[in-house]
Design a protein around this ligand. Structure first.
Ligand code: MN
Length: 243
């Protein structure tokens, strides 16, 4: 049995090749190998998600595909990112996916690993952390979900434009993870392996946590390339292929 990890596909209507690459990846690699494999989506699967009641063709098409995968036997797990934090119970029901909390530990063959989207580790970006506290607040989310779809669609567009212009002005290192925050997360869960996405800086980092060797594996975003991490008898490995 193999566990696969992906994140930051940023699926949206204008990025059809990415969705196609994802479908091929699952249908030609993940499922044929063994239908009972596990696929962990670690956030920002969608570039925006305005609620499970969204009826746009991409959202419906992707949910239908995911359902066919879980019906074929695939175990599918979904963690929220900073773009698709409104994915909810109805999505889980429609796809057969299991929603994971923002920090989740899994047991692999040779070790435990902590899974996170990664945005909560970027604490040097204070403006973003304030924004995050707002949009992750369940009361705020309930309020937003009451709004008509059209209004939510407009809000999502504005948020995206705002985040792009803000990020353009930020120093590179502010948008990366904070090393102490990584250490704190590993210690909090008593593990030495962290898998996350969000930063779009795919790499395997060997790090030191209070004198112990630890690893931080970072997924890449999907665009020119598709990135995934594989956990099998060979351990944890980072892979990519051209889209
Ligand atoms: Mn993200």
């Amino acid at each position: 049995m193999t566990d696969y990890f992906i994140s930051d596909l940023h699926l949206e209507a204008s990025r059809a090749p990415v969705a196609e690459a994802f479908f091929r990846f699952v249908e030609q690699t993940v499922i044929p190998e063994a239908p009972s494999n596990k696929l962990y989506i670690l956030g920002d699967f969608f570039d925006a998600w305005i609620g499970d009641d969204d009826d746009n063709p991409l959202a419906l098409n992707v949910q239908q595909k995911l359902l066919s995968y879980t019906q074929a036997g695939l175990s599918l797990y979904f963690q929220h990112g900073n773009r698709d934090f409104l994915v909810g119970a109805q999505f889980a029901q429609a796809t057969g996916a299991q929603l994971l909390p923002e920090e989740h530990v899994i047991q692999l063959a040779d070790r435990s690993a902590l899974l996170m989207h990664g945005d909560s580790l970027c604490i040097d970006d204070e403006a973003y952390m304030q924004f995050r506290a707002q949009v992750r607040n369940p009361a705020w989310q309930q309020q937003i979900l009451q709004l008509p779809l059209e209004q939510r669609r407009l809000m999502a567009q504005q948020l995206r434009a705002q985040s792009q212009s803000m990020n353009a002005m930020k120093a590179e290192d502010i948008m990366d993870v904070n090393a102490e925050e990584v250490t704190a997360a590993l210690l909090r869960h008593d593990v030495i392996t962290l898998i996350h996405g969000h930063t779009h800086r795919p790499a395997v980092h060997d790090i030191d946590v209070n004198g112990n060797k630890a690893q931080r594996l970072v997924l890449g975003d999907w665009g020119e390339n598709a990135w995934f991490i594989k956990a099998d008898s060979e351990g944890l490995t980072l892979h990519h292929f051209a889209i």
